[in-house]
Design a protein around this ligand. Structure first.
Ligand code: ZN
Length: 426
């Protein structure tokens, strides 16, 4: 069993450097990357001893960056930026390399919605109509799949005991970093996806200019109609004469949409738009496909939404948001498995990463619905077979004790801690 050492430290061509330095100084470090790629073939992550291999990628633009070695995410320390849950705990497993292709240069993604179309040929929908949802068979990502992939790759679905809070600034920084190293349907993801930047008085003008640049890419350019994507948190939805206006956190310019699209979205992403969840400080984060209207407005033509807590942890229901809040308040380390576009896979609601083996968390929110009860029994049977320790909460009762593992070993302190962790929705 490898031992724990130094998280976030990287060995590159004989030098030991911090990952954050490498990310910020990719150009300065380019000679090191080149040498390591030629001489060793990879970089090493020092979170474990012996060190774990990391892939060195170089984008078409000549930008170097590091990625986890395929299939080794689980071996990294849980607080390492390259850590991933074991196979079988992510919706990503359901996609073939057509959908997400990782090469030496980049990650290329195939989205099932066209982002550009030639005006002389009719629009094509549903690039992948005949696939079954079983196994590694999906050949393109849907919008929710892309949103979940971005959250997972940037570890925004993970929480560590040492965290005190997470702001939109953190989400924006990590997501932008991720976008730089990817292409989508042949275009740079960085160019076609606009992540709403955090608003401050000092950055107001820069933000306006960035949105303007993004907007200028959209619309008709020669024989091509270009669309784009906007990722942000929905603050509120206002009715307009023609449909709805989505107002996003940190951004003055709203996105307009038809009443029909909003109705479809609230139906498909019922929990994300739930008022109950809002009462617990949770709000939807959404990924929109947008067009520029003739008068210059940004109009959403499709969207995917996920409920997130005040610290941007995804949750599948308001009860899960309550559980996620309680886990953060109790200073637990955990990951929320994400299902992407699939609905059938059996995942735990949360995985506690500060226990060994990792404990699964299940929230039982619905009573008396046969399909739900059957699913619950199936899940319990699977976990039992795996000998998996389970932390369960039936929402009809109080939250279970959520004290961190070392406090669980000392009963008197754990009881006090367990209580303080409860009922503190944010
Ligand atoms: Zn590592």
């Amino acid at each position: 069993m490898p031992t724990a050492t130094d998280s976030g430290r990287i060995q590159l061509a004989g030098r030991t450097l911090s990952l954050s330095w490498l990310r910020e100084h990719a150009t300065e470090a380019a000679p090191l990357f080149t040498r390591a790629k030629a001489e060793v073939g990879h970089a090493s992550c020092l979170c474990r001893q012996p060190a774990l291999r990391l892939v060195i990628r170089c984008t078409r633009a000549g930008r170097y960056h590091l990625a986890g070695w395929p299939g080794e995410g689980e071996k990294h320390q849980t607080d390492c930026p390259f850590h991933k849950l074991a196979p079988g705990l992510s919706g990503r497993d359901g996609y073939s390399t057509h959908a997400i292709r990782e090469t030496d240069d980049e990650v290329s993604i195939r989205l099932d919605a066209p982002l550009a179309r030639t005006l002389t040929t009719p629009e094509q929908h549903n690039l992948t109509p005949n696939e079954t949802p079983e196994g590694r068979s999906r050949r393109a990502l849907g919008l929710l799949g892309l949103l979940h992939w971005l959250w997972e790759e940037t570890q925004l679905n993970a929480w560590l005991p040492r965290f005190r809070q997470r702001s939109w600034w953190v989400c924006h920084t990590r997501l932008r970093q991720q976008l730089r190293d990817c292409t989508i349907n042949g275009q740079n993801l960085h160019d076609v996806l606009y992540v709403v930047p955090p608003f401050t008085r000092a950055t107001a003008d820069t933000n306006t200019a960035a949105l303007e640049t993004f907007r200028s890419h959209l619309g008709r350019h020669g024989q091509t109609e270009q669309r784009g994507m906007v990722l942000g948190q929905i603050k509120d939805v206002a009715r307009t004469r023609y449909g709805v206006a989505y107002r996003l956190a940190h951004q003055r310019t709203p996105l307009y949409a038809s009443a029909a699209l909003h109705e479809r979205a609230t139906h498909s992403y019922r929990h994300a738009f739930s008022q109950v969840a809002a009462a617990h400080g949770a709000a939807p984060v959404a990924l929109f496909v947008v067009e520029r209207s003739r008068r210059g407005y940004l109009t959403a033509i499709d969207l995917a939404a996920m409920l997130t807590t005040a610290y941007y942890i995804p949750a599948d229901s308001s009860y899960e948001a309550v559980m996620a809040n309680a886990l953060t308040a109790a200073r637990r380390g955990f990951i929320k498995p994400l299902r992407y576009d699939g609905t059938d896979a059996v995942f735990p609601d949360f995985v506690l990463t500060d226990t060994d083996p990792h404990q699964f968390v299940e929230v039982y929110g619905i009573r008396g619905r046969e399909t739900y009860d059957r699913r619950k029994r199936t899940k319990q049977a699977i976990y039992q077979r795996q000998g998996r320790p389970l932390l369960e909460w039936d929402v009809a009762g109080p939250l279970p004790a959520l004290a961190p593992p070392e406090q669980l070993r000392a009963p008197s302190r754990s009881e006090a801690r367990g209580r303080s962790g409860h009922h503190r929705p944010r």
